[in-house]
Write a protein that binds this ligand. Structure first.
Ligand code: CMP
Length: 141
């Protein structure tokens, strides 16, 4: 099934100049980018995105981190995009992420782990709505 998922390259990935190489991986795989933008999250925007982690010990550091510089957000579209993109990212803890995955190749810290992607269909739907307006999304038609 053709799906859409929300991905953003976190401030560490942008600072380190990894944007091009990361986007290339998704394009090489055959996925289509149907929306793309760079912006700096406000604290409120980040807290809404990460609300399921509110109260966890790493929450404050996570919000500080994702708001410290711009992110590059995109919608990736294609066959089974949600689970496939998650597999391309590797595990949340980059030390456990397999070589060949984005985190396995580019990260060593759990908070500063370069990239986010929606975990499932429900998250993808609400994250896409949170990050992009209908007008910003290319239908492909
Ligand atoms: P992400 O996939 O964007 O979803 C939640 C984020 O919280 C995660 O990536 C990490 O950046 C961060 N995170 C998750 N678990 C931990 C943890 N145990 N310690 C620090 N940061 C974490």
């Amino acid at each position: 099934m053709v799906e859409r998922t929300l991905v953003f390259i976190k401030p560490d990935g942008v600072e380190r100049g990894l944007v091009g190489r990361i986007i290339t991986r998704f394009e090489d795989k055959g996925f289509r980018i149907s929306a793309l933008k760079m912006f700096r999250m406000t604290r409120g925007f980040a807290e809404e995105h990460y609300k399921e982690h509110a109260g966890k010990p790493f929450f404050k550091a996570l919000i500080e981190f994702v708001t410290r510089g711009p992110v590059v957000a995109m919608i990736i579209e294609g066959e089974s995009a949600i689970s496939t993109v998650r597999r391309m990212l590797g595990t949340t803890n980059p030390l456990e992420a397999a070589p060949g995955t984005i985190r396995g190749d580019f990260a060593i810290q759990t908070t500063e782990n370069v990239i986010h992607a929606s975990s499932d269909e429900k998250a993808a739907r609400s994250e896409i709505e949170h990050f992009f307006t209908e007008k910003e999304i290319d239908s492909g038609a």
